[in-house]
Design a protein around this ligand. Structure first.
Ligand code: PLP
Length: 463
Protein backbone atom coordinates (compact mmCIF):
# COMPACT_ATOMS: atom_id res chain seq x y z
CA UNK A 1 0.00 0.00 0.00
CA UNK A 2 1.47 3.36 -1.01
CA UNK A 3 1.96 5.86 1.79
CA UNK A 4 -1.04 8.11 2.14
CA UNK A 5 -3.34 5.89 0.08
CA UNK A 6 -5.18 4.85 3.23
CA UNK A 7 -6.57 7.62 5.38
CA UNK A 8 -6.58 7.29 9.17
CA UNK A 9 -10.36 7.14 8.93
CA UNK A 10 -10.29 4.04 6.69
CA UNK A 11 -7.83 2.30 8.95
CA UNK A 12 -9.94 2.96 12.05
CA UNK A 13 -12.99 1.57 10.28
CA UNK A 14 -11.14 -1.55 9.21
CA UNK A 15 -10.12 -2.38 12.81
CA UNK A 16 -12.52 -4.60 14.76
CA UNK A 17 -13.80 -3.42 18.14
CA UNK A 18 -12.35 -4.63 21.45
CA UNK A 19 -15.51 -6.67 22.06
CA UNK A 20 -15.28 -8.34 18.67
CA UNK A 21 -11.65 -9.20 19.24
CA UNK A 22 -12.35 -10.62 22.69
CA UNK A 23 -14.64 -13.18 21.04
CA UNK A 24 -11.67 -14.48 19.03
CA UNK A 25 -11.15 -18.02 20.38
CA UNK A 26 -7.40 -17.61 19.86
CA UNK A 27 -7.37 -15.22 22.85
CA UNK A 28 -8.98 -17.84 25.13
CA UNK A 29 -5.69 -19.26 26.46
CA UNK A 30 -4.39 -15.75 27.19
CA UNK A 31 -7.57 -14.88 29.08
CA UNK A 32 -7.20 -18.06 31.08
CA UNK A 33 -3.53 -17.55 31.87
CA UNK A 34 -3.36 -13.82 32.57
CA UNK A 35 -6.91 -12.80 33.51
CA UNK A 36 -9.22 -10.28 31.89
CA UNK A 37 -7.86 -6.91 33.14
CA UNK A 38 -4.29 -7.30 31.80
CA UNK A 39 -5.56 -8.78 28.52
CA UNK A 40 -7.95 -5.85 28.02
CA UNK A 41 -5.22 -3.35 28.85
CA UNK A 42 -2.78 -4.79 26.31
CA UNK A 43 -5.48 -5.31 23.67
CA UNK A 44 -6.59 -1.65 23.92
CA UNK A 45 -2.98 -0.48 23.78
CA UNK A 46 -2.25 -2.61 20.70
CA UNK A 47 -5.39 -1.36 18.92
CA UNK A 48 -4.41 2.24 19.67
CA UNK A 49 -0.98 1.56 18.17
CA UNK A 50 -2.51 0.08 15.02
CA UNK A 51 -4.87 3.03 14.71
CA UNK A 52 -1.96 5.45 14.99
CA UNK A 53 0.51 3.57 12.81
CA UNK A 54 1.05 4.72 9.24
CA UNK A 55 1.22 2.15 6.46
CA UNK A 56 1.02 -0.95 8.68
CA UNK A 57 -0.56 -4.01 7.22
CA UNK A 58 -3.59 -4.21 9.51
CA UNK A 59 -4.73 -7.64 8.37
CA UNK A 60 -1.28 -9.03 9.03
CA UNK A 61 -1.13 -7.34 12.45
CA UNK A 62 -4.54 -8.76 13.42
CA UNK A 63 -3.43 -12.21 12.41
CA UNK A 64 -0.39 -11.87 14.64
CA UNK A 65 -2.37 -10.27 17.49
CA UNK A 66 -2.60 -13.32 19.82
CA UNK A 67 1.14 -13.98 19.56
CA UNK A 68 2.00 -10.34 20.06
CA UNK A 69 -0.33 -10.02 23.07
CA UNK A 70 0.97 -13.27 24.51
CA UNK A 71 4.53 -12.01 24.30
CA UNK A 72 3.66 -8.68 25.93
CA UNK A 73 1.60 -10.29 28.70
CA UNK A 74 4.40 -12.73 29.56
CA UNK A 75 6.90 -9.89 29.68
CA UNK A 76 4.64 -7.75 31.87
CA UNK A 77 3.93 -10.60 34.30
CA UNK A 78 7.56 -11.67 34.75
CA UNK A 79 9.24 -10.29 37.89
CA UNK A 80 11.96 -7.77 37.18
CA UNK A 81 13.88 -8.61 40.38
CA UNK A 82 15.03 -12.22 40.10
CA UNK A 83 17.38 -14.69 41.72
CA UNK A 84 20.69 -15.10 39.87
CA UNK A 85 23.72 -17.34 40.35
CA UNK A 86 26.76 -15.29 41.34
CA UNK A 87 29.71 -17.02 39.66
CA UNK A 88 31.95 -13.94 39.86
CA UNK A 89 33.64 -15.01 43.09
CA UNK A 90 33.05 -11.50 44.48
CA UNK A 91 31.49 -12.37 47.83
CA UNK A 92 29.91 -9.01 48.74
CA UNK A 93 28.73 -7.96 45.27
CA UNK A 94 26.65 -4.79 45.47
CA UNK A 95 25.15 -5.24 41.98
CA UNK A 96 24.02 -8.74 42.95
CA UNK A 97 22.36 -7.80 46.24
CA UNK A 98 25.42 -8.14 48.53
CA UNK A 99 24.93 -10.73 51.29
CA UNK A 100 22.71 -13.77 50.66
CA UNK A 101 20.78 -14.56 53.85
CA UNK A 102 21.15 -17.83 55.72
CA UNK A 103 18.15 -20.19 55.66
CA UNK A 104 17.62 -19.30 59.34
CA UNK A 105 17.52 -15.57 58.59
CA UNK A 106 15.32 -15.99 55.50
CA UNK A 107 13.01 -18.23 57.55
CA UNK A 108 12.68 -15.61 60.29
CA UNK A 109 11.83 -12.98 57.68
CA UNK A 110 9.15 -15.19 56.13
CA UNK A 111 7.63 -16.07 59.50
CA UNK A 112 7.55 -12.49 60.78
CA UNK A 113 6.57 -10.83 57.51
CA UNK A 114 3.45 -12.92 57.02
CA UNK A 115 1.89 -12.06 60.37
CA UNK A 116 1.74 -9.50 63.15
CA UNK A 117 4.60 -9.17 65.61
CA UNK A 118 5.56 -7.44 68.87
CA UNK A 119 7.61 -4.94 66.84
CA UNK A 120 6.69 -2.07 69.17
CA UNK A 121 4.87 -3.84 71.97
CA UNK A 122 6.23 -4.97 75.31
CA UNK A 123 4.54 -8.33 75.72
CA UNK A 124 5.08 -8.40 79.50
CA UNK A 125 3.42 -5.08 80.33
CA UNK A 126 1.24 -4.57 77.26
CA UNK A 127 2.76 -1.10 76.99
CA UNK A 128 4.39 0.35 73.95
CA UNK A 129 7.83 -1.16 73.30
CA UNK A 130 10.81 0.03 71.30
CA UNK A 131 11.50 -1.43 67.88
CA UNK A 132 15.22 -0.77 68.38
CA UNK A 133 15.28 -2.95 71.48
CA UNK A 134 15.24 -6.19 69.49
CA UNK A 135 18.61 -5.71 67.78
CA UNK A 136 20.15 -3.56 70.50
CA UNK A 137 20.08 -6.40 73.01
CA UNK A 138 22.24 -8.59 70.76
CA UNK A 139 24.59 -5.83 69.58
CA UNK A 140 25.32 -4.82 73.16
CA UNK A 141 26.11 -8.37 74.13
CA UNK A 142 28.16 -9.09 71.01
CA UNK A 143 30.23 -5.90 70.88
CA UNK A 144 30.19 -4.59 74.42
CA UNK A 145 28.44 -1.43 73.22
CA UNK A 146 26.49 0.80 75.60
CA UNK A 147 23.79 1.35 73.01
CA UNK A 148 22.88 0.42 69.44
CA UNK A 149 20.60 1.66 66.69
CA UNK A 150 19.64 0.28 63.29
CA UNK A 151 18.87 2.38 60.21
CA UNK A 152 18.34 1.73 56.51
CA UNK A 153 22.01 1.45 55.50
CA UNK A 154 25.44 2.66 56.53
CA UNK A 155 25.10 5.83 54.43
CA UNK A 156 22.01 6.67 56.52
CA UNK A 157 23.92 5.87 59.72
CA UNK A 158 26.69 8.35 58.86
CA UNK A 159 24.16 10.97 57.78
CA UNK A 160 22.19 10.59 61.03
CA UNK A 161 25.32 10.68 63.20
CA UNK A 162 26.72 13.81 61.57
CA UNK A 163 23.37 15.60 61.41
CA UNK A 164 22.67 14.84 65.08
CA UNK A 165 26.09 15.73 66.42
CA UNK A 166 27.31 18.51 64.11
CA UNK A 167 24.47 20.25 62.26
CA UNK A 168 25.35 23.91 61.66
CA UNK A 169 28.93 23.32 62.83
CA UNK A 170 32.18 21.88 61.47
CA UNK A 171 33.40 18.29 61.08
CA UNK A 172 37.10 17.43 60.94
CA UNK A 173 37.95 14.79 58.30
CA UNK A 174 41.36 13.80 56.96
CA UNK A 175 41.82 14.59 53.24
CA UNK A 176 42.93 10.98 52.77
CA UNK A 177 39.47 9.82 53.88
CA UNK A 178 37.30 12.00 51.62
CA UNK A 179 36.32 9.01 49.55
CA UNK A 180 33.56 8.05 47.18
CA UNK A 181 32.25 4.61 48.12
CA UNK A 182 30.28 3.97 44.94
CA UNK A 183 26.59 4.31 44.23
CA UNK A 184 27.14 8.10 44.64
CA UNK A 185 27.99 7.97 48.34
CA UNK A 186 30.68 10.66 48.62
CA UNK A 187 31.78 11.78 52.04
CA UNK A 188 31.99 15.53 51.16
CA UNK A 189 28.52 15.55 49.57
CA UNK A 190 26.99 13.54 52.38
CA UNK A 191 28.44 15.96 54.94
CA UNK A 192 26.89 18.83 52.98
CA UNK A 193 23.46 17.15 53.12
CA UNK A 194 23.81 16.57 56.85
CA UNK A 195 23.94 20.33 57.42
CA UNK A 196 27.49 20.28 58.73
CA UNK A 197 30.52 21.96 57.19
CA UNK A 198 33.47 19.84 56.15
CA UNK A 199 36.84 20.94 57.50
CA UNK A 200 39.56 19.11 55.56
CA UNK A 201 42.58 18.12 57.57
CA UNK A 202 46.09 17.31 56.30
CA UNK A 203 46.85 16.15 52.77
CA UNK A 204 45.74 13.26 50.58
CA UNK A 205 48.63 10.99 51.53
CA UNK A 206 49.79 12.39 54.88
CA UNK A 207 47.73 13.63 57.78
CA UNK A 208 49.31 14.11 61.22
CA UNK A 209 47.76 14.66 64.61
CA UNK A 210 49.22 18.19 64.50
CA UNK A 211 46.99 18.88 61.48
CA UNK A 212 43.91 18.02 63.55
CA UNK A 213 45.21 20.22 66.40
CA UNK A 214 45.76 23.12 64.01
CA UNK A 215 42.35 22.79 62.33
CA UNK A 216 40.40 22.65 65.56
CA UNK A 217 38.54 25.75 66.77
CA UNK A 218 35.26 26.63 68.50
CA UNK A 219 33.17 25.90 65.38
CA UNK A 220 34.22 22.22 65.41
CA UNK A 221 31.62 19.78 66.70
CA UNK A 222 32.89 16.39 65.59
CA UNK A 223 35.82 14.32 64.37
CA UNK A 224 34.95 11.80 61.65
CA UNK A 225 37.18 8.86 60.76
CA UNK A 226 36.27 7.02 57.54
CA UNK A 227 37.46 3.63 56.34
CA UNK A 228 38.89 4.41 52.89
CA UNK A 229 37.06 1.32 51.65
CA UNK A 230 37.77 0.26 48.06
CA UNK A 231 40.82 2.49 47.81
CA UNK A 232 44.33 2.32 49.24
CA UNK A 233 47.07 4.90 49.47
CA UNK A 234 50.48 3.30 49.34
CA UNK A 235 53.98 4.72 49.54
CA UNK A 236 54.73 7.94 51.36
CA UNK A 237 51.77 7.97 53.73
CA UNK A 238 50.94 8.82 57.30
CA UNK A 239 47.78 8.91 59.39
CA UNK A 240 47.18 9.05 63.13
CA UNK A 241 46.29 5.70 64.70
CA UNK A 242 42.80 5.24 66.04
CA UNK A 243 44.13 5.47 69.60
CA UNK A 244 45.85 8.80 68.84
CA UNK A 245 42.67 10.16 67.31
CA UNK A 246 40.63 9.03 70.34
CA UNK A 247 43.08 10.83 72.65
CA UNK A 248 42.91 13.97 70.50
CA UNK A 249 39.08 13.97 70.42
CA UNK A 250 38.96 13.53 74.21
CA UNK A 251 41.43 16.39 74.78
CA UNK A 252 39.43 18.57 72.43
CA UNK A 253 36.12 17.58 74.04
CA UNK A 254 34.76 16.44 70.65
CA UNK A 255 32.88 13.22 69.89
CA UNK A 256 34.66 10.83 67.51
CA UNK A 257 32.54 9.00 64.91
CA UNK A 258 34.07 6.17 62.91
CA UNK A 259 32.54 4.87 59.66
CA UNK A 260 33.96 1.36 59.43
CA UNK A 261 32.32 0.48 56.13
CA UNK A 262 32.28 -3.31 56.23
CA UNK A 263 32.75 -3.67 59.96
CA UNK A 264 34.21 -7.07 60.66
CA UNK A 265 32.54 -9.03 63.45
CA UNK A 266 34.41 -12.04 64.73
CA UNK A 267 37.32 -13.83 63.06
CA UNK A 268 37.98 -13.70 59.30
CA UNK A 269 40.48 -15.41 56.99
CA UNK A 270 44.06 -14.19 57.40
CA UNK A 271 43.93 -12.03 54.25
CA UNK A 272 41.20 -9.97 55.93
CA UNK A 273 42.71 -9.74 59.38
CA UNK A 274 43.53 -6.06 58.82
CA UNK A 275 39.86 -5.17 58.39
CA UNK A 276 38.87 -3.17 61.49
CA UNK A 277 36.27 -4.69 63.79
CA UNK A 278 33.50 -2.77 65.51
CA UNK A 279 34.52 -4.31 68.81
CA UNK A 280 38.11 -3.02 68.52
CA UNK A 281 36.87 0.42 67.58
CA UNK A 282 34.54 0.62 70.59
CA UNK A 283 37.19 -0.76 72.93
CA UNK A 284 39.62 1.92 71.70
CA UNK A 285 37.16 4.57 72.89
CA UNK A 286 35.43 5.68 69.67
CA UNK A 287 32.11 7.28 70.65
CA UNK A 288 29.98 6.22 67.68
CA UNK A 289 30.81 3.38 65.26
CA UNK A 290 28.80 2.73 62.07
CA UNK A 291 28.94 -0.19 59.62
CA UNK A 292 26.84 -2.00 57.01
CA UNK A 293 24.54 -4.91 57.77
CA UNK A 294 25.03 -6.56 54.38
CA UNK A 295 28.79 -6.53 53.94
CA UNK A 296 31.06 -8.67 56.13
CA UNK A 297 28.33 -9.11 58.75
CA UNK A 298 26.42 -11.12 56.13
CA UNK A 299 22.95 -9.83 57.01
CA UNK A 300 20.22 -7.67 55.47
CA UNK A 301 20.76 -4.18 54.08
CA UNK A 302 21.04 -2.01 57.19
CA UNK A 303 23.22 0.56 58.88
CA UNK A 304 24.34 -0.46 62.36
CA UNK A 305 25.26 2.20 64.85
CA UNK A 306 26.91 1.23 68.14
CA UNK A 307 28.52 3.35 70.80
CA UNK A 308 27.96 5.50 73.85
CA UNK A 309 24.50 6.02 75.29
CA UNK A 310 24.53 9.82 75.12
CA UNK A 311 25.13 10.37 71.42
CA UNK A 312 22.97 7.37 70.48
CA UNK A 313 20.04 8.71 72.52
CA UNK A 314 20.38 12.02 70.68
CA UNK A 315 20.41 10.18 67.34
CA UNK A 316 17.28 8.25 68.29
CA UNK A 317 15.48 11.46 69.20
CA UNK A 318 16.45 13.16 65.93
CA UNK A 319 13.34 13.41 63.67
CA UNK A 320 15.56 12.20 60.82
CA UNK A 321 15.77 8.81 62.55
CA UNK A 322 12.04 8.33 61.92
CA UNK A 323 12.73 8.60 58.18
CA UNK A 324 15.72 6.25 58.23
CA UNK A 325 14.57 3.46 60.54
CA UNK A 326 14.17 -0.13 59.32
CA UNK A 327 11.25 -2.42 58.74
CA UNK A 328 10.37 -5.58 60.71
CA UNK A 329 11.74 -7.83 57.93
CA UNK A 330 15.17 -6.25 58.29
CA UNK A 331 15.06 -6.64 62.07
CA UNK A 332 14.00 -10.28 61.73
CA UNK A 333 16.91 -11.12 59.41
CA UNK A 334 19.36 -9.12 61.48
CA UNK A 335 18.31 -10.92 64.63
CA UNK A 336 19.07 -14.34 63.11
CA UNK A 337 22.44 -13.20 61.73
CA UNK A 338 23.50 -11.56 64.99
CA UNK A 339 22.49 -14.72 66.87
CA UNK A 340 24.76 -16.79 64.59
CA UNK A 341 27.67 -14.43 65.34
CA UNK A 342 26.82 -14.37 69.05
CA UNK A 343 26.92 -18.16 69.28
CA UNK A 344 30.14 -18.45 67.25
CA UNK A 345 28.41 -20.31 64.41
CA UNK A 346 28.79 -17.67 61.69
CA UNK A 347 31.14 -19.79 59.56
CA UNK A 348 28.63 -22.62 59.44
CA UNK A 349 25.47 -20.54 59.19
CA UNK A 350 26.16 -17.18 57.55
CA UNK A 351 26.76 -17.54 53.80
CA UNK A 352 29.20 -14.59 53.53
CA UNK A 353 31.34 -15.94 56.38
CA UNK A 354 31.22 -19.44 54.91
CA UNK A 355 32.23 -18.28 51.42
CA UNK A 356 35.12 -16.19 52.76
CA UNK A 357 36.39 -19.13 54.79
CA UNK A 358 35.87 -21.68 51.99
CA UNK A 359 39.08 -23.55 51.21
CA UNK A 360 40.51 -23.80 47.73
CA UNK A 361 40.16 -27.62 47.66
CA UNK A 362 36.43 -27.42 48.27
CA UNK A 363 36.12 -24.94 45.38
CA UNK A 364 38.29 -27.15 43.13
CA UNK A 365 36.09 -30.18 43.87
CA UNK A 366 32.90 -28.22 43.10
CA UNK A 367 34.34 -26.81 39.85
CA UNK A 368 35.50 -30.28 38.75
CA UNK A 369 32.09 -31.80 39.54
CA UNK A 370 30.29 -29.11 37.52
CA UNK A 371 32.73 -29.52 34.61
CA UNK A 372 32.26 -33.32 34.61
CA UNK A 373 28.48 -33.03 34.74
CA UNK A 374 28.46 -30.63 31.77
CA UNK A 375 30.90 -32.77 29.75
CA UNK A 376 28.73 -35.85 30.39
CA UNK A 377 25.92 -34.06 28.56
CA UNK A 378 28.25 -33.75 25.58
CA UNK A 379 27.86 -30.10 24.56
CA UNK A 380 30.32 -28.02 22.58
CA UNK A 381 31.76 -26.10 25.55
CA UNK A 382 35.45 -26.50 26.38
CA UNK A 383 35.92 -26.43 30.14
CA UNK A 384 39.18 -26.19 32.06
CA UNK A 385 40.21 -25.58 35.67
CA UNK A 386 42.88 -23.08 36.61
CA UNK A 387 44.15 -21.29 39.69
CA UNK A 388 42.93 -17.75 40.33
CA UNK A 389 41.74 -15.36 43.02
CA UNK A 390 38.39 -14.27 44.45
CA UNK A 391 37.65 -10.78 45.77
CA UNK A 392 35.83 -9.86 48.97
CA UNK A 393 33.90 -6.89 47.54
CA UNK A 394 31.92 -4.29 49.44
CA UNK A 395 35.02 -2.15 49.88
CA UNK A 396 36.59 -4.48 52.44
CA UNK A 397 40.31 -5.25 52.10
CA UNK A 398 40.46 -4.12 48.44
CA UNK A 399 43.81 -5.72 47.78
CA UNK A 400 43.09 -8.99 49.58
CA UNK A 401 42.95 -11.86 47.11
CA UNK A 402 41.55 -15.19 48.25
CA UNK A 403 43.04 -18.14 46.34
CA UNK A 404 40.47 -20.01 44.29
CA UNK A 405 40.02 -22.34 41.32
CA UNK A 406 38.34 -20.95 38.23
CA UNK A 407 36.27 -22.86 35.71
CA UNK A 408 37.19 -21.34 32.31
CA UNK A 409 34.77 -21.72 29.39
CA UNK A 410 35.31 -21.60 25.66
CA UNK A 411 32.64 -21.94 23.00
CA UNK A 412 33.70 -22.77 19.43
CA UNK A 413 31.26 -20.29 17.83
CA UNK A 414 30.63 -17.66 20.47
CA UNK A 415 32.82 -14.81 21.67
CA UNK A 416 33.35 -14.46 25.45
CA UNK A 417 30.97 -11.48 25.49
CA UNK A 418 28.30 -13.48 23.66
CA UNK A 419 28.77 -16.43 25.98
CA UNK A 420 28.54 -14.25 29.11
CA UNK A 421 25.42 -12.54 27.70
CA UNK A 422 23.82 -15.93 26.95
CA UNK A 423 24.53 -17.04 30.52
CA UNK A 424 22.82 -13.92 31.89
CA UNK A 425 19.84 -14.38 29.58
CA UNK A 426 19.07 -17.97 30.62
CA UNK A 427 16.11 -19.26 32.63
CA UNK A 428 18.38 -19.07 35.70
CA UNK A 429 20.69 -16.15 34.98
CA UNK A 430 24.37 -16.82 35.71
CA UNK A 431 26.72 -13.87 36.20
CA UNK A 432 30.29 -14.76 35.24
CA UNK A 433 33.58 -12.89 34.97
CA UNK A 434 35.42 -12.18 31.75
CA UNK A 435 39.15 -12.43 32.27
CA UNK A 436 41.92 -12.44 29.69
CA UNK A 437 39.47 -12.95 26.85
CA UNK A 438 37.66 -15.89 28.43
CA UNK A 439 34.55 -16.44 30.50
CA UNK A 440 35.51 -17.74 33.95
CA UNK A 441 33.30 -19.00 36.77
CA UNK A 442 34.41 -18.88 40.41
CA UNK A 443 32.42 -21.37 42.47
CA UNK A 444 33.41 -19.72 45.78
CA UNK A 445 30.14 -17.78 45.56
CA UNK A 446 27.98 -20.61 44.20
CA UNK A 447 26.14 -22.52 46.95
CA UNK A 448 26.12 -26.33 46.81
CA UNK A 449 22.34 -26.21 46.23
CA UNK A 450 22.90 -24.08 43.13
CA UNK A 451 25.37 -26.40 41.38
CA UNK A 452 22.68 -28.44 39.57
CA UNK A 453 21.10 -25.20 38.28
CA UNK A 454 24.53 -24.02 37.13
CA UNK A 455 25.04 -27.27 35.18
CA UNK A 456 21.67 -26.80 33.44
CA UNK A 457 22.53 -23.18 32.60
CA UNK A 458 25.88 -24.23 31.09
CA UNK A 459 24.33 -27.04 29.05
CA UNK A 460 21.70 -24.59 27.79
CA UNK A 461 24.25 -22.13 26.39
CA UNK A 462 26.52 -24.83 24.99
CA UNK A 463 24.34 -25.99 22.12
C1 PLP B 1 30.00 0.63 51.96
C2 PLP B 1 30.39 1.83 52.73
C3 PLP B 1 29.45 2.82 53.04
C4 PLP B 1 28.03 2.73 52.57
O1 PLP B 1 27.37 1.69 53.22
P1 PLP B 1 25.89 1.26 52.72
O2 PLP B 1 25.48 0.24 53.72
O3 PLP B 1 26.04 0.75 51.34
O4 PLP B 1 25.06 2.48 52.78
C5 PLP B 1 29.87 3.90 53.77
N1 PLP B 1 31.13 4.02 54.18
C6 PLP B 1 32.07 3.08 53.90
C7 PLP B 1 33.46 3.28 54.38
C8 PLP B 1 31.72 1.96 53.17
O5 PLP B 1 32.64 1.02 52.89
Amino acid sequence: MAPGSSSGHDRRRSLPSVDELLRDPRLGPLLERHGRPPLLRHLRRRLAELRAAEGDDVAQALLALPDELGRRLEEAAAPSLRRVINATGVVVHTNLGRAPLSPAAAGRVAALAAGYSNLELDLASGARGEREGHAERRLRDLLGAEAALVVNNNAAAVLLAVNTLAQGRDVLVSRGELVEIGGSFRIPEMLGKSGATLREVGTTNRTRLADYEAARDERCALVLRVHPSNFEIVGYTEAPTRAELVAFAQRAGLPLVEDLGSGRIGPLPAQLAGEPSAEESLAAGVDVVTFSGDKLLGGPQAGLVVGRGGPLRAMRQNPLYRALRVDKMTLAALDAVLLAHQSGRAEEEVPVARMLARGVESIRAAAAAVADAVRARGPALVLSLEDGTSAVGGGAAPSAALPTVLLALRHPDRSPDELAAALRAGAMPVVARISEGRVVLDLRTVAAEEEAELVEALVAVAT
